[in-house]
Design a protein around this ligand. Structure first.
Ligand code: ATR
Length: 501
C-alpha cells in the first residue's frame, strides 16, 4: 500500500512543523527538505523526527538535482551524518529514511543507516526528461536490495509520459518510487496504484491554485478530489484531455464526487497534453474507458473517432469520448447539457415562439445554435467576426449580423431569450461587457454561459434591469451529468441548476 508523503520546504524547522500540522491527519510520512532550510537550522536537524511525530525522510537535494543545497559534498555528508547521529532504540525518534542520490556512495553512511534501521532511498532526478537508457540507470539504483530505488522524471511532453509508463510497466514488483513531475506527469501522482510507487509526494499549495505548475498537489486535493487512498489497480479510469489549463478544470471534482456518491470503483484525472497521438497511445496503455475533451482538441479529435453522434456531426466538435467494442465513440454533451439546463431555466419543453439571440459564433455558440434549432427557436447570431456569424447562422437558417446597427435591430426583435457565448467577461478572457451597446428592458431571459466569474458585467446589468438571469454553472453541471451517464450508464447522483435567479 503506497504512502502519502508531505514534502516540507520551509526555511525553518518551526515553519515545517506548522505546515505539517495543516495536513497531519492526511499523510503517512513527512520529507524534510533540509536543502531548503536556513543553514543555522542544521544544528537542530536531528530533533526533527521526534518533533514531527510521524515517520520522516531526510533529503538534502543539490542544485544540480533540482534542490537548493549550494555547499560542497563534504558539508552535505555532515548533514546526513547529523541525521543519523545519536540513534535511539526507539526507531520512531530516528529518521525513517535517508534520500541519497545515486552518485553519493558513502559506505560508512550506508553501514550506519543499516545498523540503525534507517532505510536508504537511492534516488535520481532527471530534470531533462526520461534518460536514453532508463533500464541501465534503474539497474544502478536498485543494486543494493536494502535500498529503495527512486526515479523522478521531469515529463516534458505527453509522448515522454507514455514512454515513462512503458518503462514503469516493466519494473519488477519490488519496492520502488517512480513519479513524473511537471504538468504532463500529473497523472503519475494519482495513479500510483498503477505505477506501483511506494511513496507519493505532496506539498502545501495555494487554495487558489490547488495544482501548481509542477503538477504538485496538496494532501487535501489528493484525498478530497481524487480519493487517492481508495484507488486500486483495477479501477476504471476516466479523464479530461486538453491544454495545460485542464489542471484547473472543475470536471475532476464533479466526476469523482459522482463516483464516490455511487460507490463506483473509478477515478477521473486531468491529462494536459501536447499531442493527440501520444495521448491516444497513453489512453490505450492505461486502459482509459472514457474522457472529456476540451480546448484545443475538440475539433482535432474527430479523425480519431470510430463513431460520432449526430450532435458531433452537425456542431463539428466533440467533447466526450467513450470506449466501445468498435473503438472510440464521440459525443457532444455541451449541446445535450445546454439543452437540459436551458429547458430547466425557462421551465419549458421546447423553444417554439421564443425569439432568441446568440451572442458569439465560436465553439460554444455552435453547440448552443444546434440546440436552439433542434428546439424550434427563431434565432439570430450576432458576432464580431461577420464570416463566422454568417456561417453558423446559415447552417441553421437563422438571421445574422456583425456588431453594428443591424445587430441592435435584430436584438430588439429577438430578445425573449439572449444567450451570451463569447469569452468576453470570463476570467482569463477579454474584460468587459459584450452587450454594452444594448439596453436591457427587463423582460428578457438572459443566459451567460460563463461561470467564472459567477456574475459577469452583462449579467449584472441584466439583473439590475429586472431580467431573469442565469450563469453557465447549470450548463456545466448538466453537461457533466450527461457525460457521467455516458461513462457509467448511471444517472449522476445530483443535478442542481445553480446560479439562476
Ligand atoms: P469558445 O469555444 O469558448 O466558444 P472560441 O471558439 O474561441 O471559444 O470563440 C470565442 C468567441 O468569443 C467568438 O465568438 C469570438 O468572436 P470572433 O469570432 O469575432 O473572434 C468572441 N470574442 C472573443 N474576444 C472578443 C472580443 N474582445 N470582443 C467580441 N467578441 C469576442
Amino acid at each position: 500500500m503506497a504512502q502519502l508523503c508531505l514534502s516540507l520546504t520551509g526555511k525553518t524547522l518551526e515553519e515545517d512543523l506548522r505546515t505539517l500540522e495543516l495536513y497531519r491527519s492526511r499523510v503517512d510520512l513527512a520529507e524534510l527538505r533540509a536543502d531548503c532550510l536556513d543553514p543555522r537550522e542544521f544544528f537542530h536537524l536531528r530533533s526533527f523526527p521526534e518533533l514531527a511525530g510521524i515517520p520522516t525522510i531526510l533529503t538534502v537535494r543539490r542544485r544540480s538535482d533540482g534542490g537548493f543545497f549550494a555547499d560542497g559534498e563534504g558539508t552535505r555528508l555532515v548533514a546526513f551524518a547529523k541525521g543519523l547521529a545519536f540513534a535511539s532504540r526507539d526507531r520512531r525518534l530516528n529518521f525513517a529514511y535517508l534520500d541519497i542520490e545515486r552518485d553519493f556512495r558513502i559506505p560508512a553512511l550506508e553501514e550506519a543507516s543499516r545498523t540503525f534501521g534507517t532505510r536508504i532511498i537511492r534516488s535520481q532526478y532527471c530534470p531533462d526528461g526520461l534518460p536514453d537508457n532508463p533500464e541501465g540507470l534503474w539497474a544502478e539504483l536498485s543494486r543494493d536490495p536494502f535500498e529503495i530505488p527512486k526515479l523522478i522524471v521531469n515529463i516534458k511532453s505527453m509522448e515522454e509520459g507514455r514512454k515513462y509508463l512503458e518503462f514503469m510497466d516493466k519494473l519488477p514488483g519490488s519496492e520502488h518510487i517512480t513519479l513524473g513531475t511537471g504538468e504532463y506527469g500529473f497523472w503519475t501522482r494519482i495513479l500510483t496504484a498503477r505505477t506501483g510507487s511506494l511513496i507519493n509526494y505532496t506539498t502545501r499549495t495555494e487554495a487558489s491554485n490547488p495544482i501548481n505548475t509542477q503538477g504538485q498537489i496538496s494532501p487535501e486535493t489528493c484525498d478530497s478530489v481524487y480519493r487517492w487512498r481508495k484507488i486500486r489497480k483495477d479501477y476504471s479510469l476516466y479523464g479530461i484531455l486538453g491544454g495545460p489549463a485542464v489542471l484547473g478544470s472543475l470536471s475532476p471534482a464533479l466526476h469523482n464526487a459522482g463516483f464516490a456518491a455511487l460507490g463506483l470503483p473509478a477515478v477521473y484525472i486531468p491529462f494536459p497534453s501536447d499531442s493527440l497521438e501520444a495521448f491516444w497511445d497513453l489512453a490505450d496503455r492505461l486502459g482509459l474507458k472514457g474522457f472529456t475533451i476540451t480546448v484545443p482538441f475538440r475539433e482535432k479529435v474527430l479523425p480519431f473517432l470510430a463513431e460520432r453522434s449526430p450532435e458531433v456531426e452537425v456542431i463539428g466538435a466533440c467533447n466526450t469520448a467513450v470506449r466501445t467494442a468498435s473503438g472510440w465513440s464521440g459525443f457532444n454533451t455541451d449541446a445535450l447539457g445546454f439543452e437540459r439546463s436551458l429547458l430547466g431555466f425557462l421551465k419549458v419543453k421546447d423553444l417554439r415562439g421564443i425569439r432568441t439571440a446568440v451572442i458569439g459564433a465560436g465553439g460554444s455558440a455552435r453547440a448552443v445554435a444546434y440546440v436552439l434549432h433542434k428546439l424550434g427557436a427563431e434565432a439570430c447570431v450576432i458576432n464580431r467576426s461577420l464570416i463566422k456569424a454568417r456561417k453558423l447562422a446559415e447552417l441553421h437558417g437563422f438571421q445574422w449580423s456583425g456588431i453594428n446597427e443591424r445587430a441592435l435591430e435584430l436584438l430588439e426583435t429577438h430578445n425573449d431569450l439572449i444567450i451570451q457565448t463569447t469569452t468576453v467577461g470570463m476570467a482569463g478572457g477579454p474584460p468587459g461587457d459584450p452587450l454594452e451597446w444594448y439596453e436591457f428592458s427587463g423582460r428578457e431571459a438572459f443566459l451567460d454561459i460563463i461561470y467564472n466569474p459567477l456574475e459577469t458585467p452583462a449579467m449584472r446589468r441584466a439583473r439590475a434591469a429586472g431580467c431573469r438571469v442565469t450563469n453557465g454553472i447549470g450548463m456545466f453541471r448538466a453537461q457533466g451529468a450527461v457525460q457521467f451517464e455516458l461513462f457509467t450508464g448511471k444517472e449522476y447522483p445530483y443535478l442542481p441548476f445553480g446560479g439562476q435567479s
